[in-house]
Design a protein around this ligand. Structure first.
Ligand SMILES: [Zn+2]
Length: 432
């Protein structure tokens, strides 16, 4: 059994791992890395050809793989750092792309948005198990920050491979079900390939339920009734958007979703019945301007939910702060960020500018009303004790994150290079 660590082993982004068993290859995820913020949002990916993207290190370099032996590309969830390279490179493989219904819907729209994409692969949307030749692919319930995220188990005669994808162990998710510990316990995998983004954090990641309490604590109990409230979160964070809509209704305010990516992700979740909470969704710039003019006259009637949580220059929130829209925020109005600032120098600079402009107008700023979607060290320990894999390969992180996972593994009795392996992009692990 060979595991190829193709992308996501030196960074957060462009995740891609492949497993080879008796010359049959299965690929887990095929992501893009443009900028860390864009993994959660939309961007004009269609303008960038594959060759250029590979050169700048934005998509994985898959030259290590014998492409004709690839049987399937399996996707763990719909964030762009896991699916964003599909329209750019999946056509090199003559195999189906398999994912849950929500993930495959996002893939379909990514391919459609890219007029010259050669991606003609069969798309298989399933939330159940699927057989390919002598192999069985099992999607096991997981929790993260986008709907229908799964742990993926590949069952073969040589043993089971568990690819965790991104996850947290949320026992109180606000949409979807809890992680399926019973199934995880039964797997006895030969290898577990696993998320290490928050492995250095010596804590347990709080449940999404905590974010609900934090949001309601502010919005329901301490707001000035006659003032404007503008909120922002990641466009793909459907659970959070649902809470914002719920809370707006409790406040007798009308929830309004503004921005193309918010409407795309939330609209897909509504269409698939993942959420029921409806809100007016406006994506076209001219329509957004018109609505903001109305809102400006009666700010106390609305709760605005918008793109731009990282201070992205062209997003609705930045344009509001720049007074480029008819909604004029002033003393006592509130801007609430239901995200963390992803610590990239560009985001930090953009957020600083955005916040300074708001403060100059005496707008109240409420930051970090957020919980992470990634497991911290003590969640990873819990998963390890439940799954008890023979071997561990940490992925989805910079070197220090992979190393923190390895340290945790050693605390639990594993040994580096014996049964826990740290690799860089473009390398492999051979397991006898
Ligand atoms: Zn993710």
């Amino acid at each position: 059994m060979k595991i190829y660590t193709i992308g996501g082993y030196e960074e957060i982004g462009k995740n891609m791992t492949a497993v080879e068993i008796n010359n049959d290859i299965f690929i887990f995820d095929m992501g893009i890395k443009l900028d860390r913020v864009m993994i959660h949002e939309d961007t004009n990916l269609q303008d960038l050809p594959p060759k250029k993207l590979r050169k700048i290190g934005a998509i994985p370099d898959d030259s290590i793989l014998d492409k004709k032996n690839v049987k399937a590309i399996i996707l763990s969830h719909g964030h762009l750092d896991h699916i964003g390279a599909i329209p750019k490179m999946a056509f090199n493989y003559r195999c189906p792309i398999i994912g849950t219904k929500y993930t495959i819907s996002l893939i379909s729209s990514l391919i459609k948005e890219e007029p010259f994409s050669e991606c003609k692969n069969q798309l298989i949307a399933t939330n159940k198990n699927i057989e390919i030749g002598n192999y069985e692919i099992e999607f096991i319930n997981s929790t993260h920050s986008i709907p229908e995220t799964k742990f993926v188990a590949l069952h073969s005669k040589e043993g089971t491979i568990l690819y965790t994808g991104d996850f947290k162990l949320d026992m109180h998710p606000t949409i979807g079900k809890k992680p399926d510990f019973k199934k995880l316990k039964e797997l006895n995998p030969k290898v577990m390939i696993t998320d290490s983004t928050r492995a250095p954090e010596e804590t347990k990641t709080p449940s999404e339920k905590v974010a609900v309490t934090m949001l309601q604590d502010f919005l329901l109990d301490s707001y000035d009734e006659k003032k404007g409230i503008v909120t922002t979160t990641f466009a793909s964070h459907i659970a959070r958007i649902k809470t914002l809509i719920d809370t707006a209704e409790k406040m007798d305010r009308i929830p309004i979703l503004l921005g193309r990516s918010l409407c795309k992700y939330y609209g897909t979740a509504l269409r698939l019945g993942i959420v029921k909470e409806k809100a007016k969704m406006i994506k076209r710039r001219s329509s957004i301007e018109k609505k903001l003019k109305e809102i400006n006259k009666e700010k106390e009637k609305y709760l605005v939910i918008t793109t731009g949580s990282q201070g992205e220059i062209d997003a609705v929130l930045s344009r509001i702060a720049n007074k480029e829209t008819p909604l004029l925020l002033d003393k006592g109005d509130t801007v609430l960020f239901s995200t963390s600032t992803i610590p990239h120098p560009i985001n930090i600079a953009n957020r600083y500018k955005l916040e300074s402009k708001l403060k100059m107008r005496e707008v109240r700023i409420i930051k970090d009303v957020h919980v992470s979607g990634h497991a911290s060290k003590e969640d990873l320990r819990e998963l390890l004790r439940i799954v008890n894999p023979e071997n561990i390969i940490p992925t989805h992180g910079e070197y220090t994150m992979l190393a923190s996972w390895a340290e945790l593994g050693e605390e639990e009795g594993y040994r580096i290079e014996k049964d826990i392996f740290i690799r860089r992009n473009g390398q492999k692990v051979v397991i006898e």
